[in-house]
Design a protein around this ligand. Structure first.
Ligand code: PLP
Length: 399
């Protein structure tokens, strides 16, 4: 043990916060936490300037659909603003049960549990089912919520190369045969826009009897029949134990879900701390998600428009010679590959009225500094033209 007079006193928590270089850098360059003062779908106003939102996850444009707004408004009047409690005690309402049944049926699962955030759902999909002695085998690019869930589970964690079934096979072959195992992957990786190679990944999972968890936050509403997601896209929903996701993307609401066999969801309700101890999904959010789920099934034009906009937007970017990291979905990164240039590029887009999000290392691998963009069914032809002009301008100005 080091003698106490040699050990340096660590800075206090307050000092650490005050001196944090990442926070100082963020405040100095101010690329994040912008707060528009007005919004109508894909149009926002920021600092008095009208801009196009090109970084939201409102893939189908349903957050401003008249039916979702009306459903949320009616729910507020019927149920008030909050559940003020957890599902296990005073927070359950009949609208939760109805939404869960609807989501389960849509996903081809027996049962479902909703939470107030997608983060809680996807975290608990790992934390509640895995435990000490288990091995979680995860794609190295999974979202922060699944990493948190893995850590909380206290299971052993093994990673495999991003979306690489060959590496999964190698990693799995080296694991002890008798330990219970869980595979944790996403359906669509939102930073890269990649679709998981599910059939090959699941083949290895089956070989090693892995419990399988799919976070389909960005595949839901976008892929598969009527937007049933990545598992449906490949026809493998019955090979996946748990499908979790978010209602803050294609469903235009907030909240998350965990879907699976009834016995799994009942186990989650008994053991999932985030299910047991967190206040239940509020009425307006549940109603908006439920209305969006009806719209997805009854108004196919939104998904068709999203697919068409994705095709045209990708064509614009590729035409301008940008590296889109092989994105196959509406989440399309523009890889710049250098921090300073990415910042200048992002600024140039802002100057031209296009709101995007810059993502730089260590949030992305070194050399992959990028501008994260996502196209929506809500973008108009005129907006696509403005977006094309803005990217051409930013290329000239910043690269
Ligand atoms: C892959 C993935 N999973 C889960 C979440 C969490 O969802 P929410 O933002 O609804 O809490 C996100 C959000 O960005 C996500 O991208």
């Amino acid at each position: 043990m080091a003698l106490s007079f040699f050990s340096k006193t660590p800075p206090s928590i307050r000092t650490r916060c005050r001196d944090d270089s990442a926070t100082k850098l963020r405040l100095r360059y101010a690329p994040y936490y912008h707060a528009p003062e007005w919004q109508d779908g894909t149009r926002i106003r920021l600092g008095g300037r009208d801009m196009i939102m090109l970084a939201s996850n409102d893939y189908l444009g349903l957050s401003f659909h008249p039916k979702t707004i009306e459903a949320a408004r009616a729910a507020l009047h019927q149920w008030g603003t909050s559940t003020t409690g957890a599902r296990v005690s005073n927070g359950s309402r009949s609208y939760h049960v109805a939404l869960e049944e609807k989501l389960a049926a849509f996903l081809g699962k027996e049962a479902c549990q909703v939470h107030s955030a997608g983060y809680l759902s996807c975290l608990s999909a790992l934390a509640a089912f895995a435990q000490k002695g288990d091995i979680i085998v995860a794609d190295k690019n999974i979202h922060s919520c699944m990493w948190d869930g893995a850590r909380l589970s206290t299971a052993t964690l093994e990673r495999f190369a991003h979306n690489n079934p060959e590496d999964l096979r190698t990693v799995a072959a080296a694991l002890p045969a008798d330990a219970p195992k869980m595979l944790a992957v996403e359906g669509v990786y939102s930073m890269e826009g990649h679709i998981a190679r599910l059939p090959e990944l699941l083949a290895t999972a089956a070989e090693h009897k892995m419990f399988t968890v799919l976070d389909d936050a960005h595949g839901f509403g976008v892929l598969g029949c009527q937007g049933r997601g990545t598992a449906d896209h490949f026809g493998v929903a019955n090979q996946i134990d748990i499908i979790c996701g978010s209602m803050s993307k294609s469903l235009g609401s907030v909240g998350g879900f965990v879907a699976g066999d009834r016995e799994l969801i009942e186990y989650l309700r008994t053991h999932g701390k985030h299910t047991i101890f967190s206040a239940a999904l509020p009425p307006a959010q549940a109603a908006a998600a439920s209305a969006a789920l009806d719209i997805i099934q009854n108004e196919p034009e939104h998904l068709a428009r999203l697919q068409e906009n994705t095709r045209r937007y990708r064509q614009i970017l590729v035409g301008l010679g940008f590296d889109t990291w092989g994105s196959e979905t509406p989440a399309i990164p523009v890889v710049i590959g250098d921090k300073q240039k990415a910042y200048a590029f992002w600024q140039a887009l802002m100057e031209k009225g296009v709101f995007t999000v810059m993502s730089i290392a260590p949030a992305v691998p070194p050399g992959k500094d990028l501008i994260r963009t996502a196209i929506s069914a809500g973008h108009t032809d005129a907006q696509l033209e403005q977006i094309a002009d803005a990217f051409a301008y930013a290329k000239k100005k910043a690269l």
